[in-house]
Ligand binder design. Structure first.
Ligand code: ADP
Length: 395
């Protein structure tokens, strides 16, 4: 038995989960918000208890110290000696990290090196790693990368049709993201299908605020919709997804915005928010669409339509598909989006049942038992995946 903390550190926040292995039991979950801003908030949930504390937390070191102190003070653990490992989510591993790794000085330098590819995320992830290294110097730490699972993509999937030296000199290629989630649901799908993962063609749809679809053949990601950055691919909450790159200078010319401002529009002011005209949150959009709002309806059509298109594309690429998986906030909860994504897929062997699709937030088969292609809802669990990698690598 061992206890592992899974960490997701952002620039002003730190989310954590304490997990008991190998049972994979969640002992406590919490977060620190507004780090470095006044009135920082600390929350800790364990059993049926919820502790909340508002105080000034100036930096990640103090956030980590408080979190460790509270884990002991709340009685979740008796002493810090009970913590056997820490796992850190790191957004970008570039081409260097193809799997999770034990954190060493060399690994920290490697993460710093690829920070150029994820300037907002990697430095924040590193502050979390360094803060824990200081607080628990003798506890093994593992870095788990969002990009690692997609490193199995072949060049014909990851190369853009650009001058080849751009790839060689600048690392310009598709990396893909949400890898930990795509991997988790792929492994779980194999269990639910009772078939070896090494013999399955899966299309995994991670649809939340950020969204990506992946083609997972024989357990390996062979293509995914996000690219050099998470902006590429399907329409998302506030991201445009793929578009004609010639639009960037055209928008600059028409609006007078500079290139960073246009990028901000594409990342933060586009997608469902722009299409609906009022919200990036799918629940709001579904509500309005059901009241007959045409823009909300159009946003839903475009959103689901892009995912539908990629399912066709990936089924084609893998010469067929055994199962389609839905996960993350929207994939797990929205029967309306799943319905629209799956509409008309009977031609490729997807026979789904509206009654079975009427579920939310739990594992379920959406297809009839006789359907040759299965559709499964699988709630994702990136923290468990992180804890598994810590358990595997820290031994
Ligand atoms: P993130 O990418 O931020 O992790 P999530 O996976 O949490 O995103 O997904 C957030 C999205 O899930 C939001 O658009 C939200 O509206 C949607 N969502 C959450 N619960 C429901 C629900 N019960 N019905 C429909 N959509 C939901």
């Amino acid at each position: 038995m061992s206890k592992i903390i899974a960490i997701n550190a952002g620039s002003s926040s730190l989310k954590f989960q304490l997990i008991e292995m190998p049972e994979e039991t969640e002992l406590a979950v919490g977060l620190v918000e507004r780090i470095g801003i006044e009135n920082s908030v600390f929350k800790l949930e364990y059993g049926d208890q919820e502790d909340k504390l508002t105080t000034d937390i100036p930096n990640h070191e103090k956030a980590v110290a408080l979190l460790l102190e509270q884990l002991v003070a709340s009685g979740v653990i008796k002493s810090l000696d009970e913590i056997d490992g820490v796992g850190h989510r790191v957004v970008h591993g570039g081409e260097r990290f193809t799997d999770s790794v034990l954190v060493t000085d060399e690994v920290i330098a490697g993460i710093e090196e690829v920070s150029e590819l994820a300037p907002l995320h990697n430095p924040a992830n590193l502050t979390g790693i360094k803060a824990f290294k200081e607080a628990l110097p003798n506890v093994p730490a593992v870095a788990v990368f969002d990009t690692a699972f997609h490193q199995s993509m072949p060049p014909e999937s990851y190369l853009y049709s650009l001058p080849y030296e751009y790839y060689e000199d600048f690392g310009i290629r598709k990396y893909g993201f949400h890898g930990t989630s795509h991997k988790y649901v792929s492994e779980r799908a194999a269990e639910l299908l009772d078939k070896p993962l090494s013999n399955l063609r899966l299309i995994t749809c991670h649809i939340g605020n950020g969204a990506s679809v992946a083609a997972v053949k024989n357990g390996e990601s062979i293509d995914t919709t996000m690219g050099f950055t998470p902006l590429e691919g399907v329409t998302m909450g506030t991201r445009s997804g793929s578009l004609d790159p010639a639009l960037v200078p055209y928008i600059m010319d028409k609006t007078g915005k500079d290139v960073n401002e246009v990028l901000h529009v594409l990342n933060k002011e586009s997608g469902m928010l722009a299409l609906s005209g009022f919200s990036s949150d799918l629940r709001d959009i579904e509500d309005k669409a059901s009241q007959g709002d045409e823009r909300a309806e159009l946003a839903l059509k475009i959103f689901a339509g892009r995912i539908h298109q990629y399912i066709g594309s990936y089924a084609c690429k893998m010469h067929g598909v055994d199962a389609i998986i839905f996960t993350a906030g929207i994939g797990e909860n929205s029967k309306a989006v799943r319905e629209r994504v799956l509409e008309g897929l009977e031609f490729m062997g997807v026979y789904w049942d509206p009654a079975r699709n009427d579920v939310r937030g739990k594992e379920a088969f959406v297809t009839y038992p006789h359907s040759p292609v299965k559709v499964i809802i699988i709630p994702t669990n990136e923290e468990v995946m992180i804890a598994r990698d810590v358990a595997r690598l820290a031994q």
